[in-house]
Design a protein around this ligand. Structure first.
Ligand SMILES: *[C@@H]1O[C@H](CO)[C@@H](O)[C@H](O)[C@H]1NC(C)=O
Ligand SMILES: *[C@@H]1O[C@H](CO)[C@@H](O)[C@H](O)[C@H]1NC(C)=O
Ligand SMILES: *[C@@H]1O[C@H](CO)[C@@H](O)[C@H](O)[C@H]1NC(C)=O
Length: 321
């Protein structure tokens, strides 16, 4: 079987150099999709009354979701999170609660009986809590994957969001009795494919980075690493967009691709095409870690912020040879 490779489209240029790029492909396993301009392109009410409104954005490069939870008519707190089928048992939660004197925010989880526990690893990061005219607005973020077995893995597809409204103070997180709360669930696709292709400059150039002739091993998950060099004399470029190229027939197998730029301090990099965990993988490839492009299942095109002087831009830098 042949496997994929992303193409990187680019525009505008300056100096000359060769840049090694390193492609890692995850075959068979995770998530998907592309984001836009406003801080929170997505929004959904959680409960039928609209007391809780969730807005969010997704960074596929940082693999992080920013959530903004608006709590209208806040009483004593709120819990919000995710679970496999929308139950409040075995759920991954953030909880805002008060003991009557002060307010607390924490990453928590419930066991199979619905008992809440504070998570040893705090992966939801509270960035802001603000009273607005509409209610209390909480801004927090979380990586897709936290490597914490108590945490939900945010993936492409439907995610079951759960919520609960705390009507009265609790002495501690553990004292909250989930079955006595007003709770509910909302199904949502957190990672959304959103394709908006901006007009490209007329001097846009397309570069394809492919990992040719890869035989997909008969294992559940394989990370395939492939190193390649951009053409000789390849100058400094701004990347304005990238999109995947997946060999027809392999669409369901290819889950994830990342393109890394190799450290500029080395003149050359050894060629390699093989499983990323292979003992044959050259040590030097550990210097290829600067992420240029990241693609996940479900995503099609990823346009990067437009180039304006002083504005945000991603640019490929390389030292002169
Ligand atoms: C993509 O995002 C834009 C801007 O946020 C929005 O107007 C548009 O409806 C979205 N498209 C899809 C398919 O979700
Ligand atoms: C998501 O929203 C946060 C908070 O407003 C903002 O800092 C961040 O840049 C946004 N990320 C994306 C990918 O839009
Ligand atoms: C939790 O609340 C439910 C329903 O209100 C009640 O039946 C149960 O006994 C409570 N559990 C504890 C430990 O207080």
């Amino acid at each position: 079987m042949q496997v994929p490779s992303p193409s990187v489209r680019e525009a505008a240029s300056m100096y000359g150099t060769a840049v090694a790029v390193f492609l890692v492909i995850l075959v068979a396993a995770l998530q998907g999709s592309a984001p836009p301009e406003s801080p929170f392109p997505y929004s959904i009410p959680l409960d039928p009354e609209g007391t809780l409104e969730l807005s969010w954005n997704v960074s596929y490069v940082q693999e992080t979701v920013h959530f903004q939870l608006l709590v209208r008519e806040l009483k004593a707190g709120v819990l919000f999170g995710m679970s496999d089928r929308g139950e409040l048992e075995n759920a991954d939660l953030v909880v805002l609660w008060t003991d009557g004197d002060s307010a607390h925010f924490g990453d928590a989880w419930t066991d199979q009986k619905g008992q809440i526990h504070l998570d040893a690893q705090q992966d939801y990061q509270l960035l802001r809590a603000q009273r607005t005219r509409e209610g209390l607005s909480l801004l927090f973020k979380r990586p897709f994957s936290t490597c914490d077995p108590k945490d939900y893995l945010i993936e492409d597809g439907t995610v079951h969001l759960v919520y609960g409204i705390l009507e009265e103070p609790f002495q501690s997180l553990e004292a909250i009795n989930v079955s006595s709360l007003q709770t509910g669930l909302q199904r949502v696709q957190l990672l959304k494919p959103n394709i908006s292709i901006p007009a490209l400059p007329s001097d846009t150039r397309t570069v394809e980075i492919r990992a040719p002739d890869v035989l997909v091993p008969g294992r559940e998950t394989t990370y395939w690493c492939y190193i390649t060099e951009l053409p000789d004399g390849f100058s400094r470029h701004h990347i304005v967009m990238y999109e995947p190229i997946v060999t027809k027939g392999n669409e369901a197998l290819v889950h994830h691709m990342e393109v890394f730029q190799c450290a500029a301090e080395f003149e050359s990099f050894p060629h390699f095409s093989g499983p990323c965990d292979s003992k044959m993988k050259p040590e030097r490839l550990n210097y290829c870690r600067h992420v240029l492009a990241a693609w996940a299942l479900g995503a099609k095109v990823r346009a990067l912020p437009s180039i304006s002087p002083g504005g945000p831009h991603l640019c490929m830098r390389a030292s002169k040879k």
